[in-house]
Design a protein around this ligand. Sequence first.
Ligand code: UGA
Length: 457
Amino acid sequence: MTARISVIGTGYLGATHAAGMAELGFEVIGVDTDAAKIRSLSAGTVPFYEPGLPELLSKHVAAGALRFSTSIEEAAEFADVHFVCVGTPQTPGGAADLSYLHAVIDALVPRLTRNCLIVGKSTVPVGTAEALATRIEALTPAGVTVELAWNPEFLREGHAVFDTLHPNRLVFGVTTPGAEWELRQVYATPIAEGAPVVVTNLPTAELVKVSANAFLATKISFINAMAELCSITGADVTLLADALGHDDRIGRKFLGAGLGYGGGCLPKDVKALIARAEELGAGESVEFLHGIEGVNQRRRDTVVTETLAALDRKDDRAYGRVAVLGAAFKPLSDDVRESPALEVAKRLHDAGALVTVYDPEASVPARSVAPQLRYAASVEAALRKADVVLHLTEWQEFRELDPVWVGELTAGRVIIDARNVLDPEPWLAAGWNFKTLGRLVEPAAAAVPSRDRVESA
Ligand code: UGA
């Protein structure tokens, strides 16, 4: 049985995968060129917020099943299976930058002294793995057999540990039965628990990953486009989504209309898919994705426009105060990459509003990318004297706010629930002007008997 695993690249994906592999019973070495990150992980500390990961990591570091190193040579000597988890960031043109991936292959392969399987987990443009296989072949030392497989990762930030240990599917892009066998050994536990396995070739495996994220982005933009129509017509996007979701061909998940998608994955992968399709002369096949991006951007524009309209005060102040609740791209994360919340906050600041941001976990990363904004240490401090309150990232803490208490702190009583998840009734009852993005909250709607409402699926 495969016993020894290396995970090369210990960012978000790699650190979680390394801890997950240790939990599945393997001896694991995690390798990264960033010495500070390696020191932190070796001490059992995770340099980002992910519920459950610090506990899992420290458990296996303490037990000796998991260690971290900056030496790729150590990984080359140690492991039978090498998972490559390095980042593939976006270049200015939208395409993926493969330089970290190439650097790993160039450093690892010439140092290999035993037969092994290299497994790509990074998100890459279709066609990358076949090109890497050629590169690997040219670099492989005599007498050693090295195979390449592609095994994309579908974990969600905030649920990374669960998704790693209980994947909803496993995709193995392989070129030989031996590689498939090896991957089945690695994932024997989730397979035994019922995780479906799709065995395919390298390009299909690469494409599954980006197309899954493009599909999720499409679903979100679809419901957001409907939310635009709801706003104009007096229809309710939340009940519309419930009704659509009861059709199990559609499903209710990812029909949460609001401020749109952000993060390090969906926006980047949509752009990378467009860029790759254009390179392949197939730009037309994904032309619709430009529309998906357009809808997503308009959500942010709408919140900025509506906030500025609400700030249009007829007193002697040049600008109003805005309390921004949320900076992370989604709750249970401190990730502010492509965060819709932070973009809205920055644009309001640029327009001359006095913006104070509060996020339970993401203030430090937010400050490092948007130092021009004010950050409050508590929700109370952010709300004090605000003319308009923006609910931009749906942390549980914000859902539990008492509108009467909030109204005692703020100067104005306008709230925009840009995630469409707060219960409007107590806000309306406390005298708030409660604005949404396509959700109907007129007092008349609040009077609709509850049997006419539809439970979320
Ligand atoms: C996404 C995918 O969901 C994962 O399967 C994938 O592995 C990951 O990208 C990746 O490529 O590494 P993640 O970026 O963690 O995961 O975030 P999601 O939970 O997908 O949310 C993305 C964005 O969509 C967030 O900004 C969220 O607020 C927004 N969203 C989500 C909505 O606006 N509405 C919804 O109904 C759902």
